[in-house]
Design a protein around this ligand. Structure first.
Ligand code: ZN
Ligand code: FE
Ligand code: FE
Ligand code: ZN
Length: 267
């Protein structure tokens, strides 16, 4: 079996994940992964959000935690250090200062906010009733394109996240996704297959098969992530993720080192 890399997992520093980094590493080894990357939520740039992300003051602790397991498990598994950074227009300077502050292996850019609404937060779920679903998707894809254009990110996270609680667009968004895929290709970002969607109300991976195919056809490269917030989810459903990748026409995925493509690995 091809050894896979799980590039999306969290630590308890974000306030909504459980288990020590060492438990994530042990599970990864058990799952036969060749490499993992910790990509905990970067400190929020517009206001502190305890329970959502670590604070600025916790960044040194985050680095110490990951460096510790990286060294201790070096003979068994490769461990990369990364962040999942929110994209908030207007806060680019602050975002850049955080991600430039340490030699990360990659940064996942994720859109979790539309205007000031954390649309994937179960605590803000009621706000879906106040929004037009199609408009949410259109704004979301515009933000995805803007986030890729910053040049801050190597990977764009869970790139159809608005479906998390089951809200599907009722208009055809093919052209919108094609335009997004073109921007991804032109700016050199990868998309991830994120298996966490299988554990959410929508019950399917991000992105949906038809979306992934559009990214593939545009030549956008790929990574895999479980988005584990619990050690038992590390590497989960990667057999399904690889099937999805292959059915979209992918034959390889990327691993990164210090924000450069380190290797292309055949699947
Ligand atoms: Zn999270
Ligand atoms: Fe996320
Ligand atoms: Fe995540
Ligand atoms: Zn995520």
């Amino acid at each position: 079996m091809t050894p896979y890399a799980d590039y999306h997992m969290h630590t308890p520093l974000c306030g909504h994940a459980i288990g020590e980094p060492e438990e994530y590493v042990k599970q990864a080894i058990k799952m036969g992964l060749k490499e993992i990357g910790f990509s905990d939520h970067a400190p929020m740039v517009h206001k502190p959000m305890p329970g959502i992300t670590m604070s600025f003051d916790e960044l040194p602790q985050y680095h110490r935690l990951i460096e510790d397991v990286r060294k201790r498990y070096a003979s068994q598994i490769s461990i990369k250090i990364a962040l999942e950074s929110d994209f908030l227009p207007g806060y680019e300077g602050k975002t850049k200062s955080i991600i430039d502050n340490y030699p990360y292996d990659y940064i996942i850019g994720s859109v979790h906010f539309i205007d000031d609404w954390a649309f994937d937060d179960p605590a803000s779920r009621e706000y879906w009733k106040k929004h037009d679903v199609n408009e949410v998707y259109l704004k979301y894809y515009a933000l995805l394109r803007q986030s890729a254009q910053t040049g801050f990110f190597q990977i764009i996270g869970h790139c159809d996240l608005p479906k998390k609680f089951g809200a599907r667009p009722t208009i055809d968004l093919t052209d919108e996704i094609k335009a997004t895929a073109k921007v991804f290709k032109d700016t050199g970002v990868a998309v991830e297959i994120n298996t966490a969607g299988l554990r959410k109300p929508i019950g399917e991976m991000y992105p949906a098969p038809n979306c992934l195919k559009i990214y593939r056809e545009a030549g956008v490269p790929l990574t895999f992530g479980s988005d584990a917030h619990d050690p038992q989810d590390v590497g989960k459903d990667f057999d399904k993720a690889v099937d999805l990748a292959k059915s979209a026409g992918y034959s390889e995925y990327l691993v990164f080192k210090q924000k450069k493509i380190e290797k292309r690995i055949k699947i």
